[in-house]
Design a protein around this ligand. Structure first.
Ligand SMILES: Cc1ncc(C[n+]2csc(CCOP(=O)(O)OP(=O)(O)O)c2C)c(N)n1
Length: 314
């Protein structure tokens, strides 16, 4: 596989670390009770935000799910307005009314996320229809989890998108679990077999293979911009924390030890860091990069937290 350019590798690393730092600060502070919304963290699932950031074009649109933090941040959504939303402040990206599951930043093409599983899939298809009618060569990312592929609306949407050659980029992050239930107890056959039924192009990725994902993304985006119609990516991934909330829940044993160990051994940030070091990128520079990102994230978080505390005192 052709290696990716050092600049791209650095970009991937920076975004992955940025998303992790944001999620980490939420996890560390959630129990102080100032963020009152149910929160689904994307810790462990930073590969997709990092990849979409590399290909970022604000005129490409995106819709997402209950687990949307990484997608919003990868698309370039405002960090201050994000933390303010989690704190229920009027300056939040949804005016403080939506919380973690209802994020929006239209200035970067992030058109919204919602709490109802499958809800944004047809919205994304509708948006892509409008892009096609406008004769622009942009597309719509439709982010969903493996659980959402059990909703009928996914297949209706895929069918409509295929029939009309719409510029839809379906990105399925398959973490194998819908809350506590494994995919084998929920789905009769492989997702790929069902996608094949619609004659839609399908790409698969596993083991945080960011190099393959980068080249597949490039190819797919080229095809979508040429008007070749919808494309589906299924990307295996792993959430480190509980389904909803800041805690680990491995003690519940619904995921096997082997499974957890496998994903811990291919942590996306460690893989990227290793690759940077192997490409002779200096360790000190990596440390500086991380420190700078942590400072930006902490500054934004604590600013927002102070605002929430002041509001509470009123
Ligand atoms: C229509 C609907 N059904 C059920 C739920 C409850 N629910 C919230 S998240 C979730 C699991 C979704 O799993 P998946 O799509 O794989 O996303 P993940 O949480 O793994 O990222 C369920 C069943 C819901 N919010 N909406």
């Amino acid at each position: 596989m052709t290696k990716i350019k050092p600049d791209t590798l650095i970009k991937l690393f920076k975004t992955a670390h940025y998303v992790r730092a944001v999620e980490q600060v939420i996890a560390d502070n959630y129990n102080n009770g100032l963020m009152r919304c149910p929160t689904h963290l994307s810790l462990g699932q930073e590969l997709i935000p990092a990849i979409i950031n590399v290909f970022k074009d604000n005129k490409d649109l995106a819709v997402s799910t209950h687990r949307a933090h990484g997608h919003y941040l990868g698309k370039g959504g405002s960090l201050d307005r994000f933390f303010d939303e989690l704190h229920g402040l009027p300056s939040g990206c949804s005016s403080g009314n939506g919380g973690s599951m209802h994020l929006i930043d239209m200035s970067v093409g992030f058109m919204g996320s919602t709490a109802i599983v499958g809800n944004t899939i047809p919205v994304g298809v509708g948006l892509s229809n409008s892009l096609k009618l406008d004769k622009v060569n942009n597309f719509v990312y439709i982010f969903l989890g493996d659980g959402a592929t059990e909703e009928g609306i996914f297949y209706e949407s895929l069918h409509y998108a295929k029939l009309n050659s719409l510029p839809c980029f379906f990105i399925i992050e398959n973490n194998e679990f819908s809350v506590y239930t494994h995919i084998k107890d929920r789905q009769f056959n492989k997702l790929r077999e069902r996608i094949d039924g619609f004659n839609v192009q399908y790409f698969f990725n596993d083991n945080n293979d960011y190099c393959k994902l980068y080249w597949d993304f490039r190819k797919a985006i080229e095809k979508i911009r040429l008007g070749e119609g919808p494309i589906v990516f299924e990307i295996m991934t792993h959430r480190y924390r509980e389904h909803c909330g800041p805690n680990f829940d491995d003690q519940l044993n619904y995921r096997s030890k082997n499974f957890i160990e496998k994903w811990n051994s291919i942590d996306i940030i460690e893989l990227l860091e290793e690759d940077l070091l192997n490409s002779n990128y200096e360790k000190d520079k990596i440390i500086n990069m991380k420190t700078n990102i942590n400072e930006i994230v902490n500054k934004s978080y604590f600013r927002s937290r102070e605002l929430r505390i002041k509001q509470n005192e009123k």
